[in-house]
Every structure is written in C-alpha cells, then in structure tokens.
Design a protein around this ligand. Sequence first.
Ligand SMILES: [Zn+2]
Ligand SMILES: [Zn+2]
Length: 72
Amino acid sequence: MVACAYCERPLICDGCQGPYAPPSPEQYEALSRPESMITCPRCSQVLICHWCKTPYDGEAEEEADAPGSAGS
Ligand SMILES: [Zn+2]
Ligand SMILES: [Zn+2]
C-alpha cells in the first residue's frame, strides 16, 4: 500500500476509486517529488488523492505571491 505524500493516508485514486499502485520504482519515487506529474494507470487521469483531494499534477502548492501582478 502506498501512502499519500500529503495526508499520509492510503493513496486512492479519486477518479476510479481504486488504490494506486505505482507501476515502476520510478513512479514510486515520483510520489515524494511534488514536481513530477503522476497519472493513474487504471483510468489514465492525473492522480488525485481521494482523501485530501490533492492532485499529483506536478505543480506543487506554494503560497508564493504572484510576481508582477501584485500591488495596487
Ligand atoms: Zn492525500
Ligand atoms: Zn484512477
């Protein structure tokens, strides 16, 4: 069983409600890298954690202020 990198619960694909099993060791390691996109081998959609709804789309959530457009 693979744990979600964000909520640490058993990783279940929100698209097909199935437990995510990494097809390769590379995919398994990619789980802990927020910059790598992961797709579900069952439904071919971007993997979204069923519990915390965090998408593994390769775009790490950062509270960075928008460059350029900020200000009054
Ligand atoms: Zn999660
Ligand atoms: Zn799926």
